[in-house]
Design a protein around this ligand. Structure first.
Ligand code: ASP
Length: 439
């Protein structure tokens, strides 16, 4: 049995958190490959080491003094080293970093040092091998991630180590230039390591006890999802739910490795299992609810629209030509509605409308702004009659006007559009009926 364990920044913010992590790893022999993030916030209002590095490098790049800021970063690591009573020094590493900053090695190099240094401490603390991600996670000359070379390099290198630490978030081009994934990218590294060693499980340790049914900023104390499929997770993440980096799903999914989201501060709790498919009956009809505010609906009307071949293509072409991606496109007999992101659309609004006018000569084009989309997702909806009925009667009771309805043919999700102002009320009404009332 091989487990790959990834720890987020808050799990490694100080020596106390490191100790919890050490205990978790030592409690299970199969936790053989460890992927750490950089130290995160120790308390609310604190600054993540990654952000300190970006800031420090900005000063270096502008030719300003940065020694004080670099020393503050160094002190974050020294605090951990002292707290763990390790006989270890990062003096030489900081000399190299300072030189690289002076020679303007780039902000990606700067940010990557957060994980690099934390990985070195972690390897020393656990007595594991340290494997620099720059040698095993490969990006091509244009800075795009190269999955095939990475899989080869990583699996070869890790086959030679019984136990190893691979820092998250970065890799390098063949010429050694460091490249990072987008923010939160240590999740991706963890997933790549899990695939490379053919792990039985990818444990992703964070500061919450799993994936929640709804956003805790909207619903008070939402329930934890015990088991979720990759497809459900994908739908929820796309609609704004965040625990795991979006791109972290693909490598393990291809290899059939489940992910377990766990809480470093409550290690005995089960957390959330993310799996390809499951025969486990979900606790509720729905698995989760997520949503986003800030959409515009562009309503186009034209008599006999339905019999006009190519009408849809012409409308969508106007959005494409202006570089705007659309989210949803419900249509009626002689109407068609396109949902787009308000911030993307606003600046190009008049140009898009003029292009639609010219291409399709509609009877009218109306815009409605400040709309929100909410996705209600669940594999349990497929086999349950009346889900939509219960959903809409809950919204009606909460006096919420539904502007748009879209149910995919997979019956895995129902997407509804409401006014931005109704967003919180709608999510709570849906949560209440399916989770609290268990209908
Ligand atoms: N340290 C990086 C960040 O703050 C990457 C990560 O934590 O996954 O985004």
């Amino acid at each position: 049995m091989i487990k790959v364990v990834k720890f987020g920044g808050s799990s490694l913010a100080n020596a106390e958190q490191f100790t919890k992590v050490g205990n978790i790893i030592r409690a299970d022999e199969s936790r053989r490959y460890v992927v750490p993030s950089a130290p995160g916030k120790r308390f609310s209002g604190d600054t993540k080491v990654t952000d300190m590095l970006y800031h420090c490098y900005e000063l270096a790049e502008a030719g300003q003094a940065f020694t004080k800021q670099l020393n503050q970063i160094r002190e974050r690591y020294n605090e951990i080293i002292r707290g763990l009573k390790l006989d270890f020094s990062l003096t030489e590493d900081f000399e190299v970093i300072k030189k690289q900053f002076l020679s303007k090695a780039g902000s990606m190099y700067a940010a990557s040092r957060g994980e690099y240094l934390n990985g070195k401490i972690m390897a020393k603390y656990l007595g594991y091998d340290f494997v620099d991600a720059a040698n095993v996670i490969r990006f091509d000359g244009d800075g795009n991630f190269d999955p095939d070379t990475t899989q080869k390099l990583l699996s070869q290198r890790l086959a030679a180590s019984e136990r190893a630490v691979v820092p998250g978030f970065y890799g390098a081009m063949a010429n050694g230039t460091v490249v990072t994934f987008s923010r939160g990218g240590s999740d991706v590294t963890g997933s790549l390591v899990a695939r490379a060693v053919n792990a039985n499980l990818y444990e992703n340790w964070t500061d919450v006890s799993g994936f929640l049914v709804a956003d805790p900023r909207v619903v008070k104390n939402p329930e934890i999802i015990h088991t979720i499929t990759y497809t459900e997770l994908r739908e929820l993440s796309y609609m704004g739910a965040s625990v795991l980096h979006e791109e972290a799903i693909f490598p393990v999914r291809q290899a059939g490795i489940p992910i377990n989201i766990k809480n470093t501060n409550a290690p005995d709790e089960d957390g959330t299992m993310i799996v390809e498919s499951t025969c486990r009956i979900p606790a509720y009809t729905i698995t989760g609810i997520a949503g986003k505010k800030g959409f515009v609906a562009v309503n186009i009307e034209k008599d006999m629209m339905n019999s006009e071949v190519g009408f849809g293509r012409k409308v969508l072409g106007a959005f494409e030509d202006n570089g705007i991606s659309f989210e949803h496109m419900p249509s009626g007999i002689d109407t068609m509605t396109i949902f787009v992101h308000q911030d993307e659309f606003e600046e190009k609004e008049q140009k898009v409308i003029a292009d639609i006018q010219r291409a399709t000569h509609p009877d009218s084009i109306e815009l409605e702004s400040d709309l929100a989309l909410i996705a209600v997702v669940g594999r349990g909806m497929k086999s349950t009659r009346g889900t939509a009925g219960r959903l809409f009667s809950a919204l009606a009771h909460a006096h919420i006007n539904v502007k748009m309805i879209d149910q995919g043919s997979s019956e895995l999700n129902i997407i509804i559009g409401v006014r931005n102002d109704d967003f919180e009320g709608a999510i709570n009404a849906i949560y209440d009926i399916f989770v609290l009332a268990r209908l």
